[in-house]
Design a protein around this ligand. Structure first.
Ligand SMILES: Cc1cc2nc3c(=O)[nH]c(=O)nc-3n(C[C@H](O)[C@H](O)[C@H](O)COP(=O)(O)OP(=O)(O)OC[C@H]3O[C@@H](n4cnc5c(N)ncnc54)[C@H](O)[C@@H]3O)c2cc1C
Length: 415
């Protein structure tokens, strides 16, 4: 081996940076390896749920994100076949009663700079973690490939795969996994000139089988998604089609009079829901490398940050004991809430857009204030659950939130 360290983290996205910063803060030596440039172009609609903000605050990066122009939003507003239902984020479940949107070319460098500020973090930019090293199922290190054909072998007590959806190390580790289909295809672009209707919120639109979303972004922009038969639209038609599809919703038409599309639309399809066993001796996977969910539900960044923080907590204790490869129990890396979250999102993304099943779900959510309040509170509760808590406490918090009387929009500091 050429080099030795406590932990190698492959991937400097939200999961890798959170884990690196929080492990280094506790004195562990971390080698953070990133194969690309930071920032690099990345398809993401960047809504961060309140529970993710708790991790940003713990890393000391939340104020900088807000100073960089991150847009706060206060809840969800759904316009379902002419019925508008809205819910604030459940206050008191986390320290933040709002979510945040900051485009990734702004967020990712902040996270990386925060991780690299810790003296115990060494960064290898432009290097790729290509292979796991070890024997008899125990991982003892990793092989890195760098610029100009350089190769380096690094020994570590823990190798962390944080390389996102296509993590090479996870493929090499061959963990047990569940893969569920996602039938959603969306066309996405940024818009300017869209006034908010009330406090900034994540908005969803559903009209007889057609659906769309609108999320606030930094810089006065919004990012819009249209659930689209995009393969049937010619690429040169996408901007006009997307704007026309959005203007077809009666609630949006007046707000989009002066709207302009400012980025070339892109399609998103085939992003399956995947849940993997995240550990083996000397190895752990976090963020998208461990679990991927339909991006339409905006959970990925929060999950990545939370899983990075949770891994750091679990590995800290293990690294202090003994000297060999670190073995973490899966339950210490998983949050108890993630299994129901994954199951719920996977079920919803199984529904074909416009299908009878989807229309039935929408109708049942829209037609009674009680069901819509309960559905929204459950959905938002998933994104706002507190840091690790016993399953019973989480179930009680959900039930309490879902059954509580509707509350006024926004927390004390809402606009
Ligand atoms: C269209 C779309 C919209 C989305 N919208 C949202 C949203 O609104 N809200 C939300 O929360 N989430 C959203 N997501 C999901 C979100 O982008 C991901 O869940 C999140 O980025 C995962 O973070 P991560 O750190 O696990 O991985 P990533 O952010 O993918 O970072 C992985 C990093 O690892 C590096 N890497 C990969 N392999 C290696 C290697 N072998 N060696 C070294 N480095 C490596 C990569 O270059 C990359 O920088 C969206 C995703 C898509 C596709």
């Amino acid at each position: 081996m050429d080099l030795s360290t406590d932990v190698v983290i492959a991937g400097a996205g939200p999961a890798g940076c959170a884990a690196a910063a929080l492990l280094a803060e506790r004195g562990h030596q971390v080698l953070l390896v990133e194969r690309g440039a930071v920032p690099h172009p990345r398809l993401c609609t960047h809504a961060i749920m309140p529970a993710g903000l708790d991790v940003l605050a713990r890393m000391g990066v939340l104020d900088q994100a807000e100073a960089a122009g991150a847009q706060r939003w206060w809840g969800v507003r759904l316009h379902l076949d002419g019925v508008t239902v809205a819910a604030p984020l459940p206050a008191g479940w986390t320290r933040h009663a709002y979510g945040l949107s900051l485009r990734r070319h702004l967020l990712d460098p902040l996270l990386l700079a925060t991780a690299c500020r810790c003296p115990a973090v060494s960064l290898r930019l432009g290097w790729s973690a290509e292979a796991l090293l070890g024997r008899d199922g125990v991982i003892t290190g990793v092989r890195l490939h760098g610029p100009g054909g350089a190769v380096q072998r690094v020994r570590a007590r823990l190798v962390v795969a944080a390389g996102g959806r296509h993590s090479r190390l996870v493929r090499a580790a061959r963990p047990a996994e569940r893969v569920l289909p996602n039938r959603h295809t969306a066309l996405i672009a940024y818009l300017d000139g869209v006034p908010d209707a009330g406090p900034a919120a994540l908005e969803g639109f559903y009209d007889r089988g057609r659906s769309a979303s609108l999320l606030p972004a930094d810089g006065g922009l919004h990012v819009a998604g249209v659930m689209a038969p995009s393969p049937y639209w010619r690429r040169e038609e996408w901007p006009a089609r997307l704007l026309a599809a959005l203007r077809a919703y009666p609630e949006l038409a007046p707000r989009l009079r002066a709207a302009r599309i400012v980025t070339a639309p892109v399609t998103v399809r085939g992003l399956r829901n995947v849940l993997r066993r995240p550990v083996r001796p000397g190895f752990a996977a976090i963020g998208d490398a461990a679990a991927q969910t339909d991006p339409a539900f905006g959970q990925g960044i929060s999950w990545a940050l939370r899983s990075g923080a949770r891994l750091a907590d679990a590995a800290d204790a293990a690294l202090r004991q003994g000297a060999g490869p670190v073995c973490l129990p899966a339950r210490q890396v998983w949050e108890p809430v993630f299994a129901p979250l994954f199951a719920g999102i996977s079920l919803l993304s199984l529904l074909s857009p416009g299908s009878t099943a989807e229309r039935l779900v929408v109708a049942s959510v829209a037609q009674s204030p009680r069901t819509s309040a309960a559905a929204l509170r459950l959905l938002l509760g998933l994104g706002a659950l507190p840091r690790p808590a016993p399953a019973r406490q989480i179930a009680a918090a959900w039930a309490g939130g879902a059954l509580a009387r509707p509350v006024a929009w926004g927390g004390a500091d809402a606009p």
